[in-house]
Design a protein around this ligand. Structure first.
Ligand code: SAH
Length: 211
């Protein structure tokens, strides 16, 4: 799996501007046991570099995408991080090895409950899973050094921009359900001004939100 991520990083470097990811990110990917986050019947595919169904119409992302999004956040051991779309809990487990504290919001109650129980059992003490609509972010634990959204929204939810620290970074797929999506990297300057750049065309499950 690690070798395929490295090969895909090289192959996509002209889009992403990164031909390799940081050793800390690759080491976190190597440490988290992905087979414990995929369904029993898909165990033999756990270390293939591909997305897999986790039920409720949702997927655990392709490991290369997990590595890329994590690398783009440029976290360190002091970082306070927010994920929207906890799903299986795999991405948050990877983040937890690189940050001080990670909060992850999941709208499907069954997925949130399963991920919370699993992360506790496996011993990820700096992770908290919250059930709810991530459109509103997590104001009680803001501001965040990094925000990662793992479902595609038509527009960046404004509350998430508000909860990003000056100097912070957000990675989010923006676009329509299942098409014309771009992974965006947003950075907030010390003056509060947001800079946005497209990193890669992607295909994520839709962000669920009703006004
Ligand atoms: N990061 C996950 C990938 C999950 S797929 C992993 O590592 O497994 C995206 C997830 O986003 C799904 O579980 C979906 O239920 C969730 N989601 C979609 N819209 C959401 C919203 N508005 N708030 C919180 N979670 C949402």
């Amino acid at each position: 799996m690690i070798a395929s991520i490295e090969a895909e990083a090289r192959a996509t470097a002209s889009y992403t501007g990164r031909s390799r990811f940081s050793p800390a990110v690759m080491s976190a990917l190597a440490k988290v046991p992905r087979h414990l986050f995929v369904p029993h019947e898909r165990q033999d595919e756990a270390y293939v570099n591909a997305p897999l169904s986790i039920g409720w119409g949702q997927t655990i992302s392709e490991p290369y995408i997990v590595a890329l999004m994590t690398d783009l956040l440029e976290l360190d051991a002091r970082s306070n991080v927010l994920e929207i779309g906890c799903g299986s809990g795999y991405q948050v487990a990877v983040l937890s090895l690189l940050a001080r504290q990670v909060y992850s919001v999941e709208v499907v109650e069954e997925l949130a409950d399963a991920a919370r129980e699993k992360l506790q059992r496996l011993g990820y003490p700096n992770v908290e899973v919250i059930t709810g609509d991530g459109y509103h972010g997590c104001p009680e634990h803001a501001p965040f050094d990094g925000i990662i959204v793992t479902a595609a929204a038509p527009k960046v939810p404004p509350p998430l921009l508000d909860q990003l620290k000056p100097g912070g970074r957000m990675v989010i797929p923006v676009g329509l359900p299942f098409r014309d999506q771009e992974l965006k990297l947003l950075t907030k300057g010390e003056d509060g001004i947001i800079d946005s750049r497209s990193v890669l065309p992607v295909a994520f499950v839709p962000f669920r939100h009703s006004e």
